[in-house]
Design a protein around this ligand. Structure first.
Ligand code: PLP
Length: 231
């Protein structure tokens, strides 16, 4: 077994993963909110801790990493793709992905439809809406989203909702404002009879606010698996 720097087995550290998931599941109980455990950069052993405690819904940002984990892990896992997706990589995840949160263009949606057709599946997608006041986050405008929804005739994709990421800030007022705006748009689309069920918003630092503002799906990484180190 691998050991951490103090020589303690890593396992005792990993037990916290299950506790963290149970804590969050308790918080969202009865609220109609689904938890996606964001496991990007984390090793398969850590995901397996969660899996062995019967938690089977993970979110990943990188195609290669997602494919590697899919191949190594049991096949009854619900895999969510939440990162920026390049059209030329859709083919690698199309055979198994459960929900793509990050559709930011019609071109990407068309490619997902094409690859879903090849795999004889219908792939659920969320349209990522640009809500932040910074231009580093990808997504589409409300107008682009509406255009896609109105024109949408792709038989092998199903647009089931929206996703949004807020400005990277500690300003709770700003974050709440952005979530509120996305939720209002989501509700408005539903009144226009678009069949949308999922509003994916909220991460470790802001999911409580997101839920208050109407989120139905939260994507939580560091609060479950600990901080991430990028190379
Ligand atoms: C990394 C990531 C998350 C999770 O972030 P945490 O702050 O660790 O909870 C959620 N959504 C997206 C799109 C991400 O890239």
């Amino acid at each position: 077994m691998t050991q951490n720097r103090t020589g303690d087995p890593v396992k005792t550290q990993n037990m916290a993963i299950v506790e963290n998931i149970q804590f969050i599941e308790k918080e969202i109980e009865g609220k109609g909110v689904t938890l996606v455990a964001v496991s990007k950069t984390k090793p398969v052993e850590m995901l397996m801790e969660a899996y062995n405690a019967d938690f089977k819904r993970f979110g990943e940002n990188y195609v290669q990493e997602l494919v590697d984990k899919y191949q190594q892990m049991p096949k009854d896992i619900e895999w969510h793709f939440i990162g920026h997706l390049q059209s030329n990589k859709v083919k690698y995840i199309a055979p198994f992905v459960s929900l793509i949160h990050s559709v930011d263009s019609l071109k990407l949606l068309q490619e997902i439809n094409k690859q879903a057709t090849k795999n004889n599946r219908v792939i659920d997608c969320l349209l990522q809406i640009y809500i932040a006041e910074e231009d580093t986050k990808s997504g589409m405008t409300e107008e682009e989203c509406l255009e896609i929804l109105k024109a949408e005739t792709l038989p092998n994709v199903r647009i089931v909702g929206l996703m949004g990421m807020t400005t990277l800030t500690d300003d709770e007022v700003q974050i709440r404002k952005e979530f509120k705006k996305l939720c209002e748009f989501f509700k408005e689309l539903r009144t226009q009879n678009f069949q949308l069920s999922t509003l994916s918003m909220g991460m470790s630092g802001d999911y409580a606010i997101a839920i208050e503002e109407g989120s139905t799906m939260i994507r939580v990484g560091s609060k479950i698996f600990g901080g991430r180190i990028y190379n």
